[in-house]
Structures are given as C-alpha cells and as structure tokens.
Design a binder for this molecule. Structure first.
Ligand code: FMN
Length: 429
C-alpha cells in the first residue's frame, strides 16, 4: 500500500474556510502554543527546534534553532522577530499560500518562536503586492487576539506579544534580511555590513531574529510532535518537509509539500506531471539566484547539501523548469535584466557589474555579440563574487557562470551567426 504523504504545512489547505480561527482550532490549531507556554520553558522550546534540524526556508538554509540561540539572553533591550514575507525571489511562490490559506499556522509559529526567544513584538514584513494575504493576516491577528493567543498575558501566562503587518517597499533587496530591517525602520532597503548580525544588532538596534514565513510555520508541528519526529522526516541535518514551488515547462505547475531530500526527478515527473512542450533542457532548483542545472545533472536529491554538491543551491526551492525550446541566451538576459534593475546601488561591483553583464547579453541576444564577450563576462565574476555587502552580487554570478559554461555553444552560435540556434532549429519566433 502506498504510504500516505506527510502533510505538515499544507494539512489544512483543503479544509473549507481554512484561514479562519474556527477551522484552525477544530483541526488542532494553537495546541502547540498552549503546550509550549504551559508545559515547557523557553529553553526547552528552543532545544526542540534545534533537535528538529529545521533549516531556514528563505534561501540560506541556516539552522533556525542555532540562529535563535545567537540572541543574547542577558540584553536588557527589547527583542524583535521579523518574519520575512517579502517573497521577491523570481520562481518562488510558496509563502503566500501559507499566509492566504493557513495564516494561523504562521501566527502560532510566531507566538511560539517569540516565547522561546523572549520577544514581545513581531513584524510580518510582507510584499506589498500580496493584498489578499495582508487582509487575511490582519483579520487572523484580530481573531487570535480575541481568543488570547496573542496580546497581553497570553493564555493566562506573563507572556505578551503584539504582531504587526508591515507592507514592503517593493524591492527585491528588501527581502535581504538587513535590507528588510532598514526598510522596516523607514529607510531605503540598503543592506548593512555584518557583523554585527541582526541577532545582536537588528531592528531599532535591538536583537532581532529574521526568519522566513515557511520556517516559522514549521514551528507548531515541531512542538506538537517533537524535534526528533521532524528531523526524522528529512535527511541528516536538514529536517522536515519542504514546499517546492514548481513553475515553467511542466504539466502541473504548483506548490508541492514533500520531505526534504525528495528527488528532483520525482518532483518533476510524479508530482509536477512531467515536462511540457518538449524535452527537459535545464532546471534552476532554488529561485533565479541558484546556478542552473543541465538536464544531465538533474538526478539529485532536493536538500541543502545535495544541491550544493551538484554545484547549485536549494535556496528557496523555487524550481524553474526549461524545455528544449528555451533560448538560454534569452533566459540569462532575462535574469541579468532583473538583477541590473534591482541592485540597490550601494556596492560598485554589483551596481556596475550587473549593468555591464546585462548590456553585453543584450547585444549577444540581438546578434551584435563580439568574440570575446563571453570571456569578458566571466572575467567580471571574481570582481563581484564575495566583494559586496550582501549576497545579491553572488546571486547574480551563479546564474551567469553556470549558463555560460553549461550552454556555451548556444552563446557562441548567437555571437558567430548573429542569430538564435534554438529558434532556427525549431522554426519558432
Ligand atoms: C537579495 C536577497 C533577497 C532575499 N529575499 C528574500 C525573501 O524574499 N524572503 C526570504 O525569506 N528571504 C530572502 N532572502 C534571505 C534573507 O536574507 C534571510 O536569509 C532569510 O530571511 C532568513 O530566514 P530563514 O533563516 O528562515 O531562511 C534574500 C536574500 C538576498 C541576498
């Protein structure tokens, strides 16, 4: 008999009115918060999360419990939680499902996290375009306050928590954790130099935990079932399930909850319904910041370590699938155009480098490429990689390097022949 799929984050999504507090409570919601507050002290909650091997779902994959542990216990300053709901990474569209379909799971996760770390104010920094999620979250906060799951003296304890929904400033860089903090403080989202890290000096110069929506939404189930249970679902040092958001040339694009470490083949062919409109050519496994994988490299497990071993990254697990009708010059130009537009401009290598790369790709795409253009673009990489305040510069370099090296013949054809090989062959526009 086939094993039942494990559903942690999506377990309520099919329920009628899943975003109401009545539906959430009826399905066991807020029991984990009650357990944390009434039966556990903050250290025990943090220990459970450490045991769970929950890694951050926003891109960097840092262990959540370890990050919480960096917040100084002896500080007399207020401590804050910033939930990163900016979801700006192209190819990533999972957090909005959590916020729209099950906002109380996120709120319960925020409350448990805040209890563990000693936080009394939490912000949900949400992408401004997520109008529906914003309204749903605001209603959910009122519902939870009315039942004393949020607010003052939660469930009769001395734990107080206010949650604020803060609409984002409409920039990709505002999703970078220190850019987010700047933006939350009312400034332009210019990333900060680290150290100090937000855990020590974050929003309003106070200790701050920044975690992605999905990361926080995992917390109630960890407290309900225990850290070991969660750790046992994924792979070593990378626990739980993951929301894989699949888009591009597949028959069934969508968000799939599967154990961390599920094979990419299984995700593409069993869940996303196989490749649409042609044969598999390439996959970007973790949002556009992740290096592209050629079809021959796609036999991998989708966890942080395995994808890194394959030369890319799990990132946000936004899986972008490309069939053999895709022109890789055009695809990379698209990516480079995004980075040139979104660079905050603070660091010269990123600000200038992103525009140089975009301009060169534009001329190659339009049949005006020069013979040394590929070498010129590749020569920029050591000047950008690791030489900027935040990871934006690195995020640009991965795609550039991997597209050019893995699909070099296509770029060369464009430069030498002044036209597209793929379009020529397939007789498409
Ligand atoms: C340019 C850039 C954009 C980012 N955008 C997001 C985002 O939209 N959402 C997110 O959760 N993390 C984003 N991140 C990652 C955050 O900086 C940070 O690592 C994350 O919010 C931490 O949460 P986690 O540990 O739960 O993953 C971005 C990073 C960079 C460099």
């Amino acid at each position: 008999m086939a094993k039942e799929p494990i559903r942690i984050l999506t377990k309520n999504w099919d329920i009628k009115n899943s975003n109401t507090i009545e539906a959430y409570i009826k399905n066991g919601g807020y029991k984990a918060l009650e357990k944390a507050i009434k039966q556990m002290n903050p250290e025990q909650v943090m220990d459970e999360v450490k045991k769970s091997n929950l890694r951050g779902r926003g891109g960097a994959g840092f262990p959540a419990g370890v990050k919480w542990g960096f917040v100084p216990k002896d500080s007399d300053k207020l401590k804050y939680l910033c939930v990163n709901a900016d979801e700006g990474e192209p190819g990533t569209f999972k957090d909005r499902y959590i916020m729209t379909l099950d906002p109380h799971m996120l709120l319960e996760g925020i409350a448990i996290t805040s209890y563990a770390v000693g936080i009394s104010a939490a912000y949900i920094y949400i992408r401004n375009e997520y109008i529906e999620s914003i309204a749903i979250l605001k209603t959910a906060i009122q519902e939870a306050k009315a039942k004393n799951y949020l607010g003052a003296s939660i469930l009769g304890s001395n734990f107080n928590l206010e949650i604020y929904v803060h609409r984002g400033a409409g920039a990709y860089i505002a999703g970078e954790e220190t850019g987010l903090i700047e933006s939350l403080e009312g400034k332009r989202a210019m990333p900060r130099i680290r150290p100090p890290f937000p855990a020590a000096v974050g929003v309003f110069n106070c200790p701050t935990v920044v975690n992605n929506v999905e990361t926080i939404a995992c917390v109630p189930s960890i407290i309900e079932h225990g850290g070991e249970w969660f750790a046992g679902i994924g792979v070593s040092k990378d626990g739980g399930t993951k929301l894989y958001a699949v888009s591009g040339h597949v028959n069934n694009p969508g968000v799939y909850e599967l154990p961390v470490g599920t094979s990419l083949q299984k995700i593409l062919y069993e869940h996303a319904g196989g490749i649409k409109g042609g044969e598999l050519k390439a996959v970007i496994p973790g949002g556009i910041s992740a290096s592209v994988l050629a079809a021959r490299e796609c036999d991998i497990a989708m966890d942080c370590q395995s994808v890194a071993k394959a030369g890319s990254m799990l990132g946000s697990a936004g899986i972008i699938v490309m069939n053999n009708r895709v022109c890789m010059v055009e695809a990379l130009f698209n990516i480079a155009e995004f980075y040139a537009e979104e660079s905050c401009g603070q660091c010269t290598p990123c600000r200038s480098g992103s525009h140089w790369i975009k301009n060169i790709l534009e001329r190659i795409l339009h049949g005006k490429g020069k013979t040394d253009d590929l070498e010129i673009m590749l020569s920029f990489i050591p000047g950008i990689m690791g030489r900027t305040i935040c990871a934006f510069g690195d995020a640009l370099c991965g795609p550039v390097q991997s597209f050019i090296t893995k699909f070099r013949d296509e770029f060369e054809y464009h430069i030498i022949e002044g036209k597209c090989n793929i379009r020529n062959k397939l007789d498409i526009l």
